[in-house]
Design a protein around this ligand. Structure first.
Ligand code: GDP
Ligand code: MG
Length: 439
């Protein structure tokens, strides 16, 4: 998919002028990208119509390549639809402030309640947790355990209490303990049903939450959108927590939910651990939905796993398609030690395919060792400029590394393929790389 989209942008980049036909063609691919990312059909149609209009309107701009124009329009519009700037919680008003967590069973309400408490405490608030799911025996205990782990006060709910009573008493207790924000973890069902909605309405009436966050499992795609719509109509939601974005969900649901309910995604769950929740950044998800990479996250990740300078140098090399066998070897070594290169590659526009290729290599220790041995037998000159490796050099390298000439050939072919992909993806129009604004 990424390849397909990148391909279109590349072909646009090669053209001098952007015709209506070109845009149409690009929009077909954008439409597919969105549908594959699980964006609602109607939302997709509105979106591509808008982009088409805007792309046509910006045709005459100087100093920008057509590909850059289309990409920018697509990206901007997506970020706009996702809510623009990241959307903060609105907790003004009554004290303590109240956040109601609602959603289907297993969507991640309890986990997200704990994560949110941790996040808010980091922002100097004093959170208080309330388990109000009295139906599943383990549910109360689950939140209580999380609270204990975080050392955050938690209401002592009993399974035989009514949720409404729990909430009422919890609010008083939170006030007494001078907490500043109460997080209500509610029950979920497998499907939407009237008793659940009634219960949530009752809780809402009592607690008057400033925020009602719908917790959506990103992996459920379109279903999440339907359910969000129902919750919004029945109880009204003010925001969304999109969980399990650490999986391969593209996050198209984020766009659809916002478009359908008007409620923006405010947080994103990135794993099972309590620290794995992030404030939602529309620009990052936009990149993810389009499969054009997530440059900001890339840079952040790079900072913690490799030295940033090195990451930038690498990105520059990739831009210029100067990535050589020596870099390949360095990265392969690194990958072996921490497996980070693959995840970094995945975030660079258009390089998903290469990441996959490398990913497939991972776990094939023997293959990697062989590849390393072959590269080790090359001179630095050969590594930096593999084109000079002629048949006699190949024989020498094969002998030196205890491999066969076929192996050397295979490696060179693979590498060449990779380099071609990189230069194709990243050079864009005139050697510029459109979708990477921060590099
Ligand atoms: P609830 O029924 O809505 O309260 O859902 P839970 O909070 O109990 O979560 C259900 C399952 O999803 C648990 O196994 C969680 O560990 C898992 N989970 C929740 N959020 C995330 C997330 O962001 N990423 C991943 N990978 N798992 C999550
Ligand atoms: Mg729960």
């Amino acid at each position: 998919l990424t390849d397909r989209l990148s391909g279109v942008f590349r072909s646009l980049g090669g053209r001098v002028q952007l015709t209506e036909e070109n845009i149409q063609e690009a929009m077909r691919e954008v439409r597919l990208a969105l549908l594959e990312a699980d964006v609602n059909f109607k939302v997709v149609k509105d979106f591509t119509d808008t982009v088409k209009e805007k792309a046509l309107g910006t045709l005459v701009m100087k100093g920008v390549s057509p590909a850059q124009q289309v990409i920018k329009v697509v990206n901007d519009e997506l970020v706009h639809l996702l809510g623009g700037e990241s959307t903060e919680l609105k907790l003004q008003g009554q004290q303590p402030a109240v956040i109601l967590m609602a959603g289907l069973q297993g969507s991640g309400k309890t986990t997200s309640s704990g994560k949110l408490a941790l996040l808010l405490r980091k922002q100097k608030m004093k959170p208080y947790l309330v388990p109000a799911d009295v139906y599943r025996p383990a549910a109360i205990e689950q939140l209580r355990t999380l609270a204990k782990q975080l050392d955050i006060p938690c209401f002592d709910s009993k399974a035989d209490m009514k949720p409404a009573d729990i909430v009422q008493n919890a609010l008083m207790d939170a006030k007494e303990k001078q907490c500043t924000v109460v997080i209500l973890d509610t029950a979920g069902r497998l499907h939407i049903d009237e008793p659940l909605m009634q219960e949530l309405r009752t809780i809402k009436d009592i607690a008057k939450p400033q925020e009602t966050l719908f917790v959506a499992d990103a992996m459920t795609g379109q279903d999440a959108v339907t359910v969000a719509d129902a919750f919004n109509q029945q109880i009204g939601i003010t925001g969304v927590v999109l969980t399990k974005m650490d999986g391969d969900a593209r996050g198209g649901a984020a766009l659809s939910i916002k478009a359908v309910t008007g409620a923006p995604v405010k947080f994103v769950g990135m794993g099972e651990k309590l620290s794995e929740m992030e404030v939602f950044h529309p620009d990052r998800i936009a990149g993810r939905i389009l499969g054009m990479g997530d440059v900001l996250t890339l840079l952040e990740k790079a900072q913690s796993t490799i030295e940033q300078e090195e990451a930038e140098a690498l990105a520059k090399k990739m831009q210029k398609a100067k990535f050589d066998l020596e870099d390949f070897r360095t990265q392969m070594k690194r990958m072996r030690s921490m497996g980070s290169f693959e995840s970094i590659l995945k975030m660079i526009p258009g390089l998903g395919g290469i990441a996959k290729q490398l990913g497939e290599m991972k776990g094939h220790e023997k293959e990697i060792a062989k590849t390393e041995a072959i590269i080790n037998s090359m001179t630095m000159k050969e590594r930096r400029n593999p084109d000079i490796i002629n048949p006699s050099r190949k024989v020498r390298i094969a002998n030196g590394s205890g491999t066969k000439v076929q192996d050397v050939n295979q490696l060179l072919r693979q590498f060449d393929q990779m380099r071609k992909m990189m230069s194709g993806m990243l050079k864009g129009g005139k050697g510029k790389m459109p979708p990477m604004p921060n590099m």
